[in-house]
Design a binder for this molecule. Structure first.
Ligand SMILES: *Cc1c(COP(=O)(O)O)cnc(C)c1O
Length: 465
């Protein structure tokens, strides 16, 4: 530690004996004086003590562990700026490699070439990806609508709308608010708890900029039936060639999961004709720390990605398109993503997701054995490894899932309880609990949780007698 001249005791080398150890941390004002760097670091570590339980956090979808090699690579890239493509041309190239790989992973023909044929970009997360995907739909609809003779400035008759399942992630509400788009939410199908294929097309008209298909519904881990949706949209588009409807797939969690789990999922991506763009979170099943996301458009065309979304930036003596809402941010996450793709390959991602699925499967079977619970989504079949359950109607317990959430918190586990969004024909509120099984969740953690769950339920029963 630095020796400060005005320090009059040998305790200057002791963290515990330092003056700062007994002082509150600065909160509202920048301190007048500087501080020893080791001391500052130690104090801030202390401030964050109760955050260090990432492995017990079953609420988040986000990555909390990467390999030490990835940590090191990312540390070295922390001081780069991904938007500055001429200063960091290799980072820019690596970003393109990742987006190119994702396009192919998501069903684009292997002869298609990145930029020549299709295009994409990294984002801060899926939220920025969804914003860009939504804007692509909006501007491309505006061009078509004008051509078809609609007065798009007449917001009374031609306010653009977006069609989406009621269990959308909040970013879509932001998108609609920010860009003045009407959000048409379709209540969930009571059978599948996803976009209702019986009713979805009733929400579509000439002002519809697109339909969002969700591959990994945040609330339940289910998926929309994109294949069926594409069929319905194709039928609609045949009848409305001037104003065809586009599909954007929000694959925030599914984009890095479904392609690696063989044949469990029906086609949901660019294999479907009317899917124009797909976003995914690199920091969810892409296995990178927050925040990185991706979006890929099926064609590098005005129809898919209108000029309003492209801005030229200098790159290697020429110019390239920058497609982004944000400007400066570190390139570290892009490097981390590339590391994972190269290091794990399809084989590795497959093995990791299979492990994850086994853990989810065990937990789900365990929960299913409790008569008091009814599984809403098991994490099996065409679901992500996300487990969602409710109290059975005949559970006959005097506690709620909110009580269970609180009780599990005492054991250190975070398992949120919340009401499901609107389901067609269902008026009562359905409260569910959810566990997101992430790749860091080993069987050891799962078994530990199962034991604590058993105890938590026992305690709740005892306390509420
Ligand atoms: C998590 C999520 C988002 C938002 O993604 P971020 O990467 O957190 O910005 C959007 N849509 C869905 C379906 C999600 O699960």
């Amino acid at each position: 530690m630095n020796k400060s001249k005005d320090f009059d005791s040998y305790l200057e080398d002791s963290f515990m004996g330092s003056r700062e150890a007994s002082r509150p941390m600065p909160e509202s004002f920048i301190p007048d004086k500087s501080m020893d760097p080791d001391l500052a670091k130690e104090l801030i570590e202390h401030l964050r003590l109760d955050e260090a339980k990432a492995d017990q956090n079953f609420a988040t979808f986000c990555t909390t562990q990467m390999e030490p090699q990835a940590d090191e690579l990312m540390l070295h890239a922390l001081n780069t700026n991904s938007i500055d493509k001429s200063e960091y041309p290799k980072t820019a190239a690596i970003e393109n490699y990742c987006a190119a790989m994702l396009g192919h992973l998501w069903g684009l023909d292997k002869n298609k070439k990145f930029i020549d044929d299709y295009i994409g970009t990294s984002t801060v997360g899926s939220s920025e990806g969804c914003m860009l995907g939504g804007l692509g739909l909006l501007f491309s609809w505006k061009h078509r609508a004008e051509k078809a003779g609609l007065d798009i400035n007449d917001l009374h008759n031609h306010k653009p709308n977006l069609v989406i399942v009621s269990s959308y992630q909040v970013v879509w509400e932001k998108f609609c608010n920010y860009w003045n788009v009407e959000m048409r939410t379709v209540p969930m199908d009571p059978e599948t708890l996803s976009l209702d294929m019986n009713t979805v097309m009733d929400y579509v008209d000439e002002n519809t900029i697109g339909i969002v298909s969700i591959q990994g519904i945040t609330y339940t881990g289910g998926v929309d039936d994109a294949e069926k949706l594409d069929e319905l949209v194709e039928k609609y588009n045949q009848k409305h060639p001037d104003l065809p409807v586009h599909i954007h797939v929000d694959a925030a969690s599914g984009g890095f999961y479904c392609p690696f789990v063989d044949d469990q999922f029906k086609p949901w991506d660019f294999r479907l004709k009317n899917v124009v763009s797909i976003n995914a979170s690199g920091h969810k099943y892409g296995l990178v720390y927050p925040g990185v996301g991706w979006i890929v458009w099926r064609e590098n065309s005005e129809e898919c990605l209108p000029h309003e979304l492209r801005f030229s930036v200098p790159y290697l003596g020429g110019e390239v398109d920058s497609i982004a809402i944000n400007f400066s941010r570190s390139g570290a996450q892009i490097i981390g993503q590339y590391y994972n793709l190269v290091r794990f390959g399809k084989e590795g991602y497959h093995a990791i997701m299979e492990n994850n699925h086994k853990v989810a499967s065990k937990l789900s079977k365990k929960l299913n054995k409790y008569d008091i619970f009814e599984m809403v989504h098991t994490g099996e079949g065409t679901n992500l490894p996300i487990i969602c359950w409710k109290l059975a109607d005949n559970a006959n317990v005097k506690w709620t899932l909110y009580d269970l959430e609180d009780k599990l918190k005492e054991y250190g586990w975070q398992v949120p309880a919340y009401p499901l969004p609107k389901i067609r024909g269902v008026n009562k509120e359905i409260i569910v609990s959810r566990v997101v099984c992430r790749p860091g969740m080993t069987m050891a953690i799962c078994d530990d949780f199962i034991e604590d769950l058993e105890n938590a339920i026992g305690e709740l029963n005892k306390e509420s007698k």
